[in-house]
Design a protein. Structure first.
Length: 233
């Protein structure tokens, strides 16, 4: 049974303020303990105000590495790129941003191991922060032919390439995503979602666990750590 703790807020601003504080605390704790921090954060729209609040915090950002939980396989100059969003959000603070793979060629160059860059990082991450789509995907673990690859990839694989089917209209391109094992290796996992529809969907996914039809349910069902879920209407 997934051990989920819900944190409810009245507005996106309240959620953004609280989650920025929580993520800042996780980073500071990692810096105190290991003199470095590695966080994996999602793309999408929900995180944007949180990033803005978080990067106002005074901390030794030069010792913080930020990676996307997933990306679209497009060049970093492309507006669909999560690496571009993270670079814009975190580089001004002095943090290091490491893209996973940014194109099919990049992915192939890495010997089809989409996680070549992640292999050089001190794993596990201090935080994996997840969003959820209205179809129940998380990171870029979507229903479709590649779902099982992303769920069952061995611990040594930190990311895999996937082709969602159907392609999500907001970004109809191939993707790369942290695997379930990579997500669950994190010291801390938190989820941010907005709206009642997503809340109902996530509550159902948590209740269904391993038998969930939703990728996020299949991912979180194996979690050994408690999951903090931050929600606002
Ligand atoms: C992506 C994101 C994706 C996102 C959800 C929720 O690359 O699209 O990583 O998994 O977290 O789609 O997006 P919103 O926060 O915009 O609803």
């Amino acid at each position: 049974m997934i051990e989920a703790e819900w944190w409810d807020y009245d507005s996106v601003d309240e959620l953004a303020d609280a989650v920025a504080g929580d993520v800042g605390f996780i980073i500071e704790s990692a810096l105190d303990a290991r003199d470095s921090a590695l966080i994996a954060v999602p793309g999408g729209s929900t995180p944007v105000p949180i990033f803005a609040n978080l990067t106002k915090a005074k901390m030794n950002w030069r010792k913080v590495t930020v990676v996307p939980t997933d990306d679209r396989l497009v060049p970093v100059e492309n507006d669909l790129s999560n690496a571009k969003l993270l670079a814009r959000s975190f580089l001004p603070s002095g943090a290091r941003v490491i893209p996973i793979a940014t194109s099919i060629d990049d992915y192939k160059l890495a010997g089809n191991s989409a996680d070549a860059r992640l292999q050089d990082l001190p794993w596990p991450p201090d935080l994996v922060w997840l969003g959820m789509g209205k179809d129940g995907h998380t990171a870029s673990i979507f229903a479709g032919p590649d779902l099982q690859d992303a769920l069952d990839a061995p611990k040594a694989r930190r990311a895999v390439g996937v082709m969602p089917d159907p392609l999500p209209p907001e970004a109809p391109v191939a993707r790369v995503t942290l695997t379930r094992a990579a997500i669950l290796s994190a010291r801390t996992i938190l989820v941010t979602i907005t709206g009642q529809d997503k809340r109902d969907l996530l509550e159902q996914a948590i209740a269904d666990g391993h038998s969930s039809k939703l990728p996020i349910g299949r991912v979180l069902a194996e979690a050994e750590q408690p999951i903090d879920i931050h929600w606002c209407p």
